[in-house]
Each structure stands twice: as structure tokens, then as C-alpha cells.
Design a protein around this ligand. Structure first.
Ligand code: XMP
Length: 512
């Protein structure tokens, strides 16, 4: 049965996070802009509608809004933060700016719940929620009752059980709200009566169908990096349009030891239509002497575009460009809140250089663990699907300072040893990402009877579920010991190994 929940996005920071939580409850959902015409929403026959948060004030001129008729469709509605305030205003309540600092709430807030309301039934009467609002609901419409309150906010939760309208001033979708996911699940299963049996298989079927419709008989270009994201995107696309998907793999010379050969073999087995470009010499030349991380990233991004466009010109009449962008790339590149952390080279750039009709990003709403599930669904090998991520700019962001062929060889060898030991000791599935970094630091050592003055290798091993935050892994000393001994013995020009014990934040996972 096709059961869809619509999330109307009012510019929320967390709209896709809501979508993810809904999918985790095995319910299909789509995020649509608040501007979507009511007829389009009705045509999707949603079993529930979620109104997201947003940065505006509902009473401001030009504030995002929706047709009031949405409340006449006999479809359950859940309003979150701005979404709740909008629902209150449209149905006859009143929203005002918080009068004083006391009625504004930001952060973790103890909230009291009335569990007569289905959303909170069976949950503790008091728990922590995440609040982030400068406006408050001053009066609720007559048909509504209060379902939650805090010491500062009398209307932290409201509901109209006859019409199945629910509002939460707090954000149930974020981890800081203790029972948030259960509340969302109750809305979906107990109020919208979702069956909760949607799976990645269904995502695959609907995505392939959608891609077929959107692309028609046209051809699509895709840049393969060898990683999980672009490979999964390619396999999904090739299911939809077969050999009309043209893949280009650019070797920038900054891959791990033996990686390009392994990648070529994998693509052969997946029957992908791949064209290879060896641009390693050009990349190294462009990077010579460059130390500043963002400049390195920019150069690699630009060189990548240049090589890609150069190769792509050989294929006339290609309408679309596809990318394996996933949701965290979109967030960290500042596309949502304008706050750049690192410029991920797989977002943006290419389209302005080529006359593509559009970019296709089949995985843009998925988080990493969801992409992995999809990969397994596509029959990709487990070893590959759980392969740790590797950044687009490759070893360039793992060599501090200027890049040389010698430094690439050093970090490749050290990294290969690290990975071999971790795998042999069965720690690779316990770690989300582990790699060696070549610091730009040389220090004095003693080897045999002579003084050495060589590089330091840093070992990084982190565990994380979403790569937005991460903890360093507490590797046993015996493993660190084996890694350190082997690296200093087997890798030339390295005489010191250190273990990085910093989490993200404040550090990032990669060094540059
Ligand atoms: P950071 O260093 O930002 O990394 O904590 C988070 C995750 O993203 C990967 N990463 C990249 N992936 N292109 C990518 O495809 C990039 O430019 C890039 N930079 C970082 C990183 O390996 C980690 O998994």
C-alpha cells in the first residue's frame, strides 16, 4: 500500500531530520516546500502532514504560510515549532513575540506531558525536550486542549483529538528530545494509522521509477569517485536508464595504496559504463607548494571540474549531470544555513561549467547509514558497503602542508599498514573511519646508532553514526603498539607515530 506522509518545509534547519525519523519508523515521506500548491499535496493522498519548524514569525508580513483548507482535508496534521504556531494562527489562536527573556526558550527544557493525548500515551509525565523559539502561542483555538507545558510555556503541546491536529512547540526530531522519536512514531502509527512496513526496497523502487520518468530517453553523466555514495548512485541510475548512464572516473593520484586498481575491478563487476582519466600528473602540478587547506580543496575541485569537462566534451548530447551527494554534504557545504565548514568538492561547481539541464542527486535526502542499507539492497558486497568513507580530495587532506610525491607514498604506506593491522585484529567493524595522516612535523629520533630527523604520522580512528559528530576510538595499547612499530620500521622517513585523541567537535574528522 502506498502510504505517504508529507513534510511541509517552512525553512527548517531540521526538515530532513524529521524525514529521517519518519523513515526510521518505516513510513515513507516526502519533504515539500511550503509553496507547494494544495492540489499537489492532495494528489499525493497523504495519510498525514507534518508542518516543520522555520526561522520566521507567523505574524510577520510575507511569512511562509499555507492554505487554511489544508485543515479541511480530514488528514491528521502535526505542527512542529513554527508549524504549530502557524496552525494555531490559522485556526483562530494567537501568536506573539516572547515578551521577555523568560518566555523565550532555547535548548534542553524540562517539559510536563498530559498522557491523555495519544502522542504522549505511555511515556513519562515529565522529560527533556529541545526548545528553540522566540515567539509564543498566547491563545489556542477553542477546539484545542493543552497536552504539554513547561514552567515558561503554557502551550508546549496542544491537540484537537476530534480533528486529529497536534502541535509541539519543541522539536521531537532532534536527539536532545528524550522521547521525541516515540512521539513521532505515535503520530505516524496511532494517529495516521501507518502500517510502518516501508523499507529501503520501496525507496529503491520509487526512486528508480521517478528517475525513469524524469530522465526519459536522455543521457546522464556521473563522476564516480570509487566511494560508496557515487557507486550506489550509479547503480541506482543504471537500473533506471541502463547504458545511457555514462560514468567518468578521474584518478587524481591521491588515492590510497592500490585503490584505483581495486576500484576498476569493482566497476567491471557492476557492469557500469565507465571511462577512466588519469590526471594525477596535472593534479600534482597544480598543487605543488600549496599549503592552505581550503586552497588545496579549491584547486582539487577546480582541477576535477576541468578534467571532467574535458572528458565529458567527448560525449555530445548529455542533458543531465548526476552526483552521489548525500544529506550531510548538503548541510556542511552551507547550502541550508549558509555556514560553510569545509567545501566538499562533490557539491556545486560542475553545473556552472556545463550546459546541463539539471543536476540529479538520487541520494540527497539520505544519511550515510541509509545509503549503506540501500547499497545492500542493490546487492553490493558487504565489505564494500561498509567500507569507510574516503574524502573527495583524497590524501590531499591527510597530508598537512605542501603535497609531494614522496609524501603521498609515505602516507599511502602508513595507511595501508594501519588498515591491515586493524582488519587483522577484527577492529574494522567497530570503527567508523580510521586512517593515517602525515603531519608536517619532523622531529629527532634515533635509529640503530644514528640520529634521524623524520616525519610524524598521526593515527585517527573515530566512531560516529552521522559523521557530524564523532568520538575517538579507545584502541587497545597492544594494537597501537603493533601499528606504531610496523610504521616506523617499514615506512621510510617516519620516526614517530602519535594517536589522535580528539573528538568532533572541536576537531573535524579529517585534518584539512
Ligand atoms: P570532517 O573532516 O568534515 O569529515 O569531519 C566528515 C566526513 O566527511 C568526509 N569528508 C569528505 N567527503 N568530500 C567527501 O566526499 C570531501 O571533500 C570531504 N571532506 C571530508 C570525511 O572523510 C568524513 O567521513
Amino acid at each position: 500500500m502506498n502510504q505517504t506522509v508529507i513534510i511541509l518545509d517552512f525553512g527548517a534547519q531540521y526538515a530532513e531530520v524529521i524525514a529521517r525519523k519518519v523513515r526510521e519508523c518505516n513510513v515513507y515521506c516526502e519533504v515539500l516546500s511550503w509553496r507547494t500548491p494544495l492540489e499537489t499535496i492532495i494528489a499525493k493522498k497523504p495519510i498525514g502532514i507534518i508542518l516543520s519548524g522555520g526561522p520566521n514569525s507567523v505574524y510577520a508580513t510575507d511569512a511562509p504560510t499555507i492554505s487554511k483548507q489544508i485543515f479541511d482535508l480530514n488528514i491528521p496534521v502535526l505542527g512542529i515549532c513554527y508549524g504549530m504556531q502557524l496552525m494555531m494562527q490559522l485556526l483562530g489562536g494567537k501568536v506573539i513575540p516572547a515578551q521577555d527573556n523568560l518566555s523565550r526558550e532555547y535548548g534542553k527544557t524540562i517539559t510536563n506531558f498530559r498522557n491523555q493525548c495519544l502522542l504522549f500515551k505511555g511515556l513519562p509525565a515529565k522529560s527533556v525536550t529541545w526548545m528553540s523559539h522566540g515567539d509564543v502561542v498566547e491563545a489556542i483555538p477553542n477546539s484545542f486542549k493543552v497536552s504539554a507545558y513547561t514552567s515558561r510555556c503554557p502551550y508546549a503541546g496542544v491537540y484537537d483529538e476530534v480533528r486529529h491536529f497536534y502541535g509541539m512547540q519543541f522539536h521531537p526530531e532532534v536527539e536532545h528530545t528524550k522521547h521525541g522519536k516515540e512521539m513521532i512514531r505515535k503520530f505516524l502509527l496511532d494517529i495516521c494509522h501507518a502500517t510502518g512496513d516501508w523499507s529501503m526496497k520501496d525507496f529503491l523502487v520509487t526512486t528508480v521509477e521517478r528517475l525513469k520518468m524524469e530522465i526519459g530517453e536522455e543521457r546522464v553523466l556521473l563522476a564516480l569517485s570509487g566511494g560508496v555514495d557515487s557507486t550506489v548512485a550509479a547503480v541506482v541510475l543504471s537500473k533506471a536508464i541502463k547504458e545511457r548512464l555514462i560514468c567518468i572516473y578521474i584518478n587524481h593520484g591521491l588515492m590510497r595504496k592500490n585503490e584505483t586498481e581495486e576500484i576498476k575491478e569493482r566497476y567491471k563487476q557492476l557492469n557500469l559504463n565507465v571511462h577512466y582519466v588519469d590526471a594525477s600528473k596535472e593534479f600534482l602540478k597544480a598543487l605543488a607548494g600549496v599549503e592552505e587547506p581550503e586552497q588545496k580543496r579549491r584547486i582539487i575541485g577546480n582541477m576535477f571540474i576541468e578534467s571532467f569537462v574535458g572528458k565529458a566534451k567527448e560525449f555530445g548530447g548529455v542533458s543531465y549531470l548526476a552526483q552521489g551527494t548525500i544529506y550531510p554534504d548538503v548541510i556542511e557545504s552551507g547550502s541550508i544555513n549558509g555556514n560553510l565548514i569545509k567545501s566538499h568538492h562533490n557539491v556545486g561547481g560542475l553545473p556552472s561549467k556545463m550546459p546541463f539541464k539539471r543536476i540529479i542527486e538520487p541520494l540527497a535526502i539520505l544519511f550515510k547509514d541509509e545509503v549503506r542499507k540501500l547499497g545492500l539492497e542493490l546487492g553490493l558486497h558487504e565489505d564494500f558497503v561498509y567500507r569507510q568513507p574516503f574524502p573527495g580530495p583524497g590524501l590531499a587532506v591527510r597530508i598537512i602542508g605542501a603535497i609531494t610525491e614522496e609524501k603521498i607514498a609515505i602516507v599511502q604506506e602508513a595507511d595501508a599498514i594501519l588498515r591491515e593491522v586493524i582488519k587483522k585484529r577484527h577492529w574494522n567493524m567497530k570503527i567508523s573511519q580510521h586512517f593515517a595522516v602525515l603531519s608536517n612535523m619532523k622531529s629527532v629520533g634515533v635509529m640503530g646508532d644514528s640520529r634521524s630527523y623524520h616525519y610524524t604520522i598521526a593515527i585517527r580512528a573515530v566512531s560516529t553514526s552521522d559523521f557530524m559528530t564523532a568520538n575517538y576510538v579507545k584502541l587497545p595499547y597492544s594494537i597501537l603498539d603493533e601499528i606504531s612499530r610496523r610504521i616506523v620500521n617499514e615506512v621510510r622517513n617516519v620516526n614517530r607515530v602519535v594517536y589522535d585523541i580528539t573528538s568532533k567537535p572541536p576537531a573535524t574528522i579529517e585534518y584539512e
